[in-house]
Design a protein around this ligand. Structure first.
Ligand SMILES: Cc1ncc(COP(=O)(O)O)c(C=O)c1O
Length: 387
């Protein structure tokens, strides 16, 4: 880490693993050719892509042919949701999702609403969990696609993807999962899970930015209309010259993530306990999401009587998030926390700590101490608002 900062924002992005960066550099000589070209150099590039496809396929336990490269989870989400809805539009125009999804999902649904689709916005419980029975109850004969995320980017809450997917299968509804915060961090076995479409992005699991993938299950009725048109790459689903070094980087990052998944999870579980132990005695502290069961790399807390942006400044040199990273320019209470029933004040004061591979116990002890001091100091400055 550069000196003078303590990075605890791994849910926003992760640094590229050293071996991944090295491979990507090597690709400048070994994989610069257009992988669509039918000569030796083109074949070399293709081989690098095929290796990456197998590495990602192994991490997800799926046939590598079912994976489409995209520019990241935003594009994968758009392709799955808009492409899936358009493909099924002749059968019906009812779609389902939750207000606590990432903007890459909610905005795609809002766009579809403008096009004449009808969207049911399912309400999660106060912990952010969606009850599969609530999904089943909201389905209609004209329902065609549901999108529910795996791990929530703000709270770390994990949905019961197996149960939700089973409901969708029973009703022949396409089931899309935004797994940007899950792949490479928690087990995702697409052979076992009833998922039709799944989005992922490399920069959340120590790979490069600007590359992701969409899984499209190989089963009848599961297909998406393309969003882009051009050369016939990737079975015309997502044309464009493939970025070999980014794809190779994603592949190796996936392999590394698979090899150390359990070790990473154990370490993060321990770090979150240390962090929680250091802050839990603060008066008026509220955990956003569940402490048990969620992804252990994220701890999101709100505190009464303190405002989030001031807290963020007072916490320097900690790099943490208030609201979601993708909305951090917008000074509004987190829409995800508002959907969980938090008041504007509590949602405003939320801080998301997210730990990663380089994080140590000393780091989180320091962060906890800093957080306690900052809350005390800010409350002293605004005594009337203090809890
Ligand atoms: C849950 C979720 N979905 C989608 C995205 C967008 O991913 P990308 O930055 O690769 O477009 C993110 C990244 O913040 C995310 O956390």
């Amino acid at each position: 880490m550069p000196p003078g900062m303590l990075y605890l924002d791994y849910a926003a992005s992760t640094p590229v693993e050293a071996d991944v960066a090295e491979l990507m550099l090597e690709c400048r000589t070994r994989g610069f050719a257009n992988p669509s070209s039918n000569h030796v150099a083109g074949r070399q590039s293709r081989a690098l892509i095929e290796t990456a496809q197998s590495q990602l396929g192994a991490l997800l336990n799926v046939d590598p042919q079912t994976l489409i490269w995209t520019s990241g989870a935003t594009e994968s989400d758009n392709l799955a949701i808009m492409g899936g809805a358009h493909y099924r539009a002749h059968r019906g125009k009812h779609l389902l999702t939750m207000p606590t999804e990432h903007k890459a999902v909610t905005d795609a649904f809002q766009q579809l609403e403008k096009e004449g689709f009808e969207v049911t916005w399912l309400t999660p419980d106060s912990n952010g969990q969606l009850n599969p029975e609530a999904l089943a109850a909201a389905l209609r004969p004209d329902s065609q696609l549901a999108s529910i995320m795996f791990v929530n980017n703000e709270t770390g809450v994990i949905q019961d993807i197996e149960a939700l997917g089973t409901v969708c299968r029973e009703h022949d509804v396409l089931f899309h999962v935004d797994a940007a915060q899950a792949v490479g961090k928690v087990p995702v076995d697409l052979h076992a899970l009833p998922v039709d479409l799944l989005s992922l992005t490399a920069h959340k699991f120590y790979g490069p930015k600007g590359i992701g993938a969409l899984y499209v299950a190989d089963r009848p009725g599961c297909h998406v209309e393309p969003l882009l048109f051009g050369g016939g790459q990737q079975r015309r689903l997502r044309p464009g010259t493939l970025p070999v070094e980014l794809i190779a980087g994603l592949g190796l990052a996936a392999e590394i993530a698979g090899a150390r998944l359990q070790a990473d999870l154990d370490k993060l579980t321990n770090l979150r306990s240390v962090l929680w132990a250091g802050i839990k005695s603060i008066d008026g502290l509220v955990v956003n999401g569940a402490l048990e069961g969620g992804f252990p790399g994220i701890l999101n807390v709100s505190v009464e009587g303190v405002e989030g942006e001031s807290l963020l400044l007072a916490l320097e040199p900690l790099c943490v998030a208030t609201g979601s990273a993708c909305n951090s320019q917008i000074q509004e209470p987190s829409y995800v926390l508002r959907a969980l029933g938090r008041s504007d004040d509590l949602a405003q004061s939320s801080i998301r700590f997210s730990m990663g591979r380089p994080t140590t116990a000393e780091d989180v002890e320091f962060a906890a101490q800093r957080y306690c001091e900052a809350v005390t100091r800010l409350r002293a400055l605004a005594p009337s608002a203090a809890a």
